[in-house]
Design a protein around this ligand. Structure first.
Ligand SMILES: [Zn+2]
Ligand SMILES: [Zn+2]
Length: 133
């Protein structure tokens, strides 16, 4: 079992990922801004089959700037966003890094949708910037 485990703020939803993340990134698209309430999301990607989730998430479906159908999973009790799914990446789960028990494990590699960033949102300039996903 990897150390990539976490949950929502109230603890009703918990998860554990068996493998190391496939990708770790920041995303500055408008949808991620709204979901997180700030300038970008911080997410890591895991295979759904390597993931155990306990507790019940509620899902909100939206169309992302990429055209993909993105489903945002959040805890219905505390409202904390925990993960996302995307029609473009079946079988993958995109976990919000701050939901980790140890968020220091998160090591972002790439920034997506940099062109959509608000002028007050700054990211590590050494990260690879991509205009789209
Ligand atoms: Zn909760
Ligand atoms: Zn995004």
């Amino acid at each position: 079992m990897s150390e990539f485990k976490g949950g929502c703020m109230c603890g009703a939803v918990q998860y554990a990922v068996k493998s190391e993340p496939r990708l770790s990134f920041l995303c500055q698209c408008r949808q991620c801004q709204r979901i997180t309430g700030t300038g970008h999301s911080a997410e890591f990607v895991a295979l759904a089959k390597d993931t155990m989730i306990s507790g019940e998430l509620k899902f909100y479906e939206l169309t992302a700037d990429s055209g993909n159908t993105v489903t945002s999973g959040f805890c219905p009790t505390c409202g904390n966003p925990v993960l996302k799914k995307s029609s473009g990446y079946p079988g993958m789960l995109f976990f919000h890094a701050a939901s980790l028990d140890n968020p220091g494990l998160f090591k972002p590699q790439t920034v997506f949708w940099h062109a959509s960033h608000p002028p007050w949102d700054f990211v590590d300039p050494s990260l690879e910037l991509k205009e789209h996903v």
